[in-house]
Design a protein around this ligand. Sequence first.
Ligand code: C2E
Ligand code: MG
Ligand code: MG
Ligand code: MG
Length: 282
Amino acid sequence: QGKRAGGRGLRVFEPDMDAAAHARLRMENDLRDAIAAGAIEVHYQPRVDSRDGSIAGAEALARWTHPQSGPVPPSTFIALAEDTGLIDDLGALVLRKACAQLAQWNAAGLRLPQVSVNVSGHQLRSRRLAETVRRAIEAAGIAPALLELEITETALVQDREAAEHQLGRVRSLGTTVAIDDFGTGYSSLAYLAALPFDTLKIDRSFVIGIGDGHTPMSAIVRATIGLARELGKHVVAEGVETMDDVRHLARWGCVTIQGYVYHRPMSAAALTGLLQARTSND
Ligand code: C2E
Ligand code: MG
Ligand code: MG
Ligand code: MG
């Protein structure tokens, strides 16, 4: 295995490394270079209000195109970034880009109520999160409420104290907080009630099981929507691919939809086009 060497955590090749370890090390170094060069792109997937089709917000999603291998799936490079500690810098970069993009849309008179940015458990534990968020907001000159942070339920469960503390600080800036991939992280209901957050995102794995609306999974989705509403939280369903699911979710009280049924993640330029078309129709 490569050892950490040097001040910036750069790892170097060692003769006894096998091919897989070598390839991984090269990816790690390429990812580090990409982050340092700001060469991580941010795509945006709109959240749609199913009652009128209006755009309620968008999620910022990191994209990395490797110079030789081409596009790398986020599941691969985010996991690599988490394992190697690069996620703090990657997360801060995405945050800065999303805030700067929001400022641009604002200046152009394009209305987008909110952009949400994913935050990893590693960032939550590094205790610099609120400061990083404050800086990104200030540099862009945007209203803090335009930004939402998404944190997976799994990350929240891993370190409860850090989570509560950091989320409280972020929210005191005026930025809202969403629990991502809800239903996959085994948090207790008592913990959920105590946690400072604004939005609950129902994970795609539950949405997939809705079927005809009478499946066991439907009961869970319905109960989750009811729970969110009783707690006074917004609720978003993610990974929605069919209009049948949209209709079931609306009937159960979830009208904010993020999924291929409306839009796939798109470049900032593509979302600009979409927002322009919407604005000129008003
Ligand atoms: P996530 O935060 O739960 O984001 C939603 C994922 O679901 C995105 O995958 C999105 O493209 C996908 N998706 C949305 N609608 C549909 C649908 O209708 N059908 C299907 N099959 N998929 C849908 P993506 O972009 O590949 O990102 C995967 C994960 O990588 C994200 O899951 C998030 O956990 C992580 N990620 C992406 N960007 C960042 C980032 O900047 N920071 C951190 N920490 N994690 C990130
Ligand atoms: Mg997310
Ligand atoms: Mg999610
Ligand atoms: Mg996910």
